[in-house]
Structure formats: C-alpha cells, structure tokens
Design a protein around this ligand. Sequence first.
Ligand SMILES: O=C(O)c1cccc(C(=O)CC[C@H]2O[C@@H](n3cnc4c(=O)[nH]cnc43)[C@H](O)[C@@H]2O)c1
Length: 257
Amino acid sequence: MKPVGRVSLETVEGCLVKSKKDLPFQYILIITAIEAERDAIVRGLLKALPNEVCGEVEGPLRRVGRCIVVAGGVGPASAAASTALAIAGGPSLRYVISAGIGGGFPGAAPIGSVVVASEIVAADLGAETAQGFASVDELGFGSWRVPVDRARAEELAAALRAGGLEATAAPVLTLSTVTGSAETAAELLRRVPGAAAEAMEGYGVATAASMQGIEAMEIRAISNAVGPRDRDAWRIGDALAALERTGMILPEVLDIR
Ligand SMILES: O=C(O)c1cccc(C(=O)CC[C@H]2O[C@@H](n3cnc4c(=O)[nH]cnc43)[C@H](O)[C@@H]2O)c1
C-alpha cells in the first residue's frame, strides 16, 4: 500500500491557508482500512454535500468539504501510524473517526446494521493468567479502553436510525485477529459485556487521536457475524452500502455541512 505521507495545510486548502490560525473551522479526519471503505464514505459525503467535489489530497487521502478521508491500512499498527501522520501534517481537527466494516456479535448487531462505538476496547491487549485474561489496566501499564463521548455516539446512532439504518451505540472491540470460533466470541463477551462489534483498527486510530487531545469515534458497518469462520457468509457489499449511507448522515450530526 502507498504511504499516507503528510497532509500539509497548503495541499488541503490550496494557497489560501498558510497557517493553522487562518483556518476558519476545524476538519474531521476519517480513517478507514481499505480504499473500498474510504470510497463508500466519500460517496455518502458527496451525496450529503452536493456542492463539494472530492479532491485527492495525496495518495490515499481524499477531501470532501471539511472531511479528510484516508485509507490507512488494516490492523491497529497501520491505523495508528496513518492517523498520527495525517494529524501531524494536517489542519486543526475536531474529530478523528475510525470507520469501516466489522463483525457483529450475534443478537447485538446484524449484517447490514451499523454500530457506533460507545467505547473503543483493545480486547486482546493484556496477558493470559491462571485466572484468565488480564487487561493492561489490571497489569498496571496503560489502558485497553479509549473513552468516547457516549452522548455523541448515541446521537449519531439515533440519526442513523432516523435515516433508515439499523444502528446501535455499544462497545466496539479492536483485535489483531478476526475471531473464528464461538468459543473466542464468548470469551470476548466475558471480557467486554455488551460489546456489539469487532474490527481491527479502532483502538489504533483512537490512541493516536487521544495522544493529540482530539476526540475519537468509531463507526462499524457490519459485514459478518463474529463467531465460527464462514467466509461465504460475509456480506461486504451490504456493509459498504451501510457505510455509504452513514457518510450521508455524518455531516448533519457532526455539523460539517
Ligand atoms: O477471512 C477471510 O477470508 C477474509 C476475507 C476478506 C477480508 C477479511 C478480513 O479480515 C477483513 C479485515 C478488515 O475488515 C474489518 N473486519 C470485518 N469484519 C471483521 C471481523 O469480524 N473481525 C475483525 N475485523 C473485521 C477489519 O477492521 C479489517 O479492516 C478476511
């Protein structure tokens, strides 16, 4: 994959903007894993913001109005590095959002629905002990959770429902390995009761954002059930369609019209 590179103020705003203090407003950075996810978000944003055009800022970056959308790679490490690079080289940011497809826990988030994270949890960041999994919090060196603004998560989920999507606000897990068994799914729910979705980037994106004091969010459009591996049952097209519709609703909720 191409490197994210730096988003300079000049490349975002042309020669009109020379320093952060000249910016009349803040931007929103949306980090997806792959280009198909980025393009689904961009399509939705363009429908909501018909007066905008999609600009290619640099390589994997796109800009639609006040949204910069980046395909930053799969997994928490690529996601964190891409987010940090985009933040460092870019304009003042109001929110950083990890967005893409994800697995839904059965009974909590069906395929085609959307989960907005009420917290972002690195569900395998810790140690196995004789008593079971111990998170890094319990081990005393960091936190496996990045808090989010729950009221905003609820507000976005409600707006998505009003827009005709099935949506919920609930904890979203970040894992480096896609869950492939009912046993692992059950163990994850023991660790994080109420979790509705899992994916591979949220904690990386949110950690990079929170290190800069920027509010993080995560949005997952569900492509598959968390549990026994069944590749034929993945519905990536349905999830990308839900992601596109999410992109249509985001500007209103985040006040970026
Ligand atoms: O297992 C496969 O054959 C397979 C085929 C295509 C894609 C994958 C992925 O693992 C995609 C990972 C990618 O998508 C997100 N994602 C989607 N569903 C899940 C899930 O159930 N658990 C974790 N991650 C998921 C993830 O954020 C990555 O960006 C596999």
